[in-house]
Structure formats: structure tokens, C-alpha cells
Design a protein around this ligand. Structure first.
Ligand code: PBG
Ligand code: ZN
Length: 329
């Protein structure tokens, strides 16, 4: 035996202390962005059937949710609005009294240090459920940019700290950057959904946000899941246009793409652990088939290891609690 020559890789795994010393990736509550769905009305709190633990909240309940988020030390939220009224051009998205604008003002008043990110898209606000302006059955690019830029400015005026455009129109970063700058918001960063696939993993979100397209699909603007090199082009064009953060979405089935984007840029990279990824874990946990806590922490860690600096996740509140417990153990 002693004559054999091989490397004792297990040597660095012998104790907790050694394992901690050589740990390459860590997960912290500071990494999290927590998505919240806000609805109009009063005393509305509806659990989303396919997303146990996630609710549509009216502003009174939203306020309580903020208390919890801040108490847990989660530094940031992203807001999704679910309006009553929808029309062809999504006017509620850029209404200064729209639900996201109201929620943003409330959050910033109550917790000035909490980072409020506004998801900037039209699909929750359009009656056809597409992310832009529809002509015939096609979502047209440039007219959609105008409405998106208008939405971004209105969200910044309400106090949003970061604008996160998600509709995958070409040129949306530069269009929003120009509009924000013109309106005096030179220091409001853009967190671009740079690499966003046409994914079945968004299914539960579309229930939550009531944003299912009424005809067709999103394949003419969201990316083909088969493509990796195209993701590099999408990321590169957003970098050129002046994005401050790049999002890769979904996360789990696209960790290879996350690594590509990480290696391409020095900008902060964000993983979006989407609704379907959340629902699958929740369903298996409810069946008692998996250890939810261990699975969630391992999953979120894998996104960091793949290159993400920041993780947008519906698990954020649970994960924050679990990380706290681990600290105290
Ligand atoms: C809106 C938007 C979507 C998601 C975030 N912003 C849905 C979509 O593009 O269909 C998905 C988030 C999730 O599944 O958690 N454009
Ligand atoms: Zn959309």
C-alpha cells in the first residue's frame, strides 16, 4: 500500500474546521433578492396555488411583509405588479399611481435602506399578456421600447433603486438608460434580464402575476433553450448598451450559461431561481420526499458556484432563517 502513489484529496475534508477553511463558495443573506407580488385593493392576501408560501399582497399586507423581510436581514426586494385593469398598451405599467409605483413609495418611506428593484415589463399590464406592443400576432420591438422606457422612468420617480427590464426587446438597456438620464436618474442602475430563455419554468409565475399570453408564446423574444453561444451575444450587447447587472434566467437548467456569462464580464451577475424551480422543491418537500432545507441551501449555493454574485429567489425568507440557524449552531 505505502508504495502506491496518489493524492490524498480527502486530507482537506477531515474536520469541520478544515472544510470551512478551504470552502470556495459561501451563501449569505446578503446575496438575496426577494420577489413580491403586489395587488390593488385592501386586505387582499391570496396564496398562489402552485407556489406555497408565496402570496399576492395588497399594500396593507405588503407592509407587514416588508417588516419580515427587513427583520430577516434580506437587503433587497423585486416588485411585480398585478393590476386590475389591463389594456392593449399596458398603461397601468407607467401610471404614476400604478400598484408598483405605490408599493415602491411605501417601501422607500418605511425602509429607506431596503433596496427596491422594479421589474420593468408590460405582460402583467397588457390584455393580450405579451411583454410588448402587438401588431397582428407579432410583438414589435421599437414601439415596445418607448413604453418600457416610460415605465422605467415612472418607477424611478416613485423611488425605485434599480430598474430591471425583463421584456427581451433588443435595445431595451440603451433606451431605458437614455430615458433615465434625461429624467435626471443618472445614478439609477439597470439590472438587465440579459439572458432570458423561453422557459416552461415560468409557469407558476404566470399564475401568480396573471400574465399568461392570450395567444402564441414568447419565442420571438425570449431565447431558445438550446442555445449557449446566443447567450454570449445577448450578454455582450447589454454590456455594450450600459447594463449595470446581468441576470441569467432561469437558473438551474442554465448553470452552464451562468458560468459563460461570469467568464465574459466583470459586472455583477444575478441568478434568477424562477417560480417553477421553487414549485418543484416545494411539492417534493410537501410529500416528504426531500429535505427541503438541505435541498434549498445546496441549490442556491450551486448558483453562486456557477458564478452568480446575487440570487433572486422565492426561498429567500426561508433560506435567511436557515442560514441564521446554521450560524447559531
Ligand atoms: C415578466 C417576467 C416573467 C418572470 C419574471 N418577469 C415571466 C415571463 O417572462 O413569462 C418569470 C419569473 C418566474 O418564473 O419566477 N416578463
Ligand atoms: Zn413580460
Amino acid at each position: 500500500m505505502t508504495n502506491l502513489s496518489f493524492r490524498r484529496n480527502r486530507r482537506l475534508r477531515t474536520t469541520d474546521a478544515l472544510r470551512a477553511m478551504v470552502r470556495e463558495t459561501t451563501l449569505s443573506v446578503e446575496d438575496f433578492i426577494y420577489p413580491i407580488f403586489v395587488v390593488e385593493g385592501e386586505n387582499e392576501k391570496h396564496e398562489i396555488a402552485s407556489m406555497p408560501g408565496i402570496y399576492q399582497l395588497s399594500l396593507d399586507h405588503f407592509e407587514k411583509e416588508l417588516d419580515e423581510v427587513v427583520e430577516l436581514g434580506i437587503p433587497s426586494i423585486i416588485l411585480f405588479g398585478v393590476p386590475h385593469d389591463k389594456d392593449a398598451c399596458g398603461s397601468e405599467a407607467y401610471n404614476n399611481e400604478g400598484i408598483v409605483q405605490q408599493a415602491t413609495r411605501l417601501a422607500k418611506e418605511k425602509y429607506p435602506h431596503l433596496l427596491v428593484i422594479a421589474d420593468t415589463c408590460l405582460c402583467q399590464y397588457t390584455d393580450h399578456g405579451h411583454c410588448g406592443v402587438v401588431e397582428g400576432d407579432y410583438v414589435v420591438n421599437d414601439p415596445s421600447l418607448e413604453l418600457l422606457a416610460k415605465t422605467a422612468v415612472s418607477q424611478a420617480e416613485a423611488g425605485a433603486d434599480i430598474i430591471a427590464p425583463s421584456n427581451m426587446m433588443d435595445g431595451f438597456v440603451v433606451a431605458i438608460r437614455e430615458a433615465l438620464d434625461e429624467a435626471g436618474f443618472v445614478n439609477v442602475p439597470i439590472m438587465s434580464y440579459a439572458v432570458k430563455y423561453a422557459s416552461a419554468y415560468y409557469g407558476p409565475f404566470r399564475d401568480a402575476a396573471d400574465s399568461t399570453p392570450q395567444f402564441g408564446d414568447r419565442k420571438t423574444y425570449q431565447m431558445d433553450p438550446a442555445n449557449r453561444r446566443e447567450a454570449i451575444r445577448e450578454a455582450a450587447s447589454d454590456i455594450e448598451e450600459g447594463a449595470d447587472f446581468l441576470i441569467v434566467k432561469p437558473a438551474l437548467s442554465y448553470l452552464d450559461v451562468m458560468r459563460e456569462v461570469r467568464d465574459l464580464t466583470t459586472l455583477p451577475v444575478v441568478a434568477y431561481n424562477v417560480s417553477g424551480e421553487y414549485s418543484m422543491v416545494k411539492a417534493a418537500a410537501q410529500q416528504g420526499w426531500i429535505d427541503e432545507r438541505a435541498i434549498v441551501l445546496e441549490t442556491l449555493l450551486s448558483m453562486k458556484r456557477a458564478g452568480a454574485d446575487i440570487v433572486m429567489t422565492y426561498h429567500a425568507k426561508d433560506a435567511a432563517r436557515w442560514l441564521k440557524e446554521t450560524d447559531n449552531e
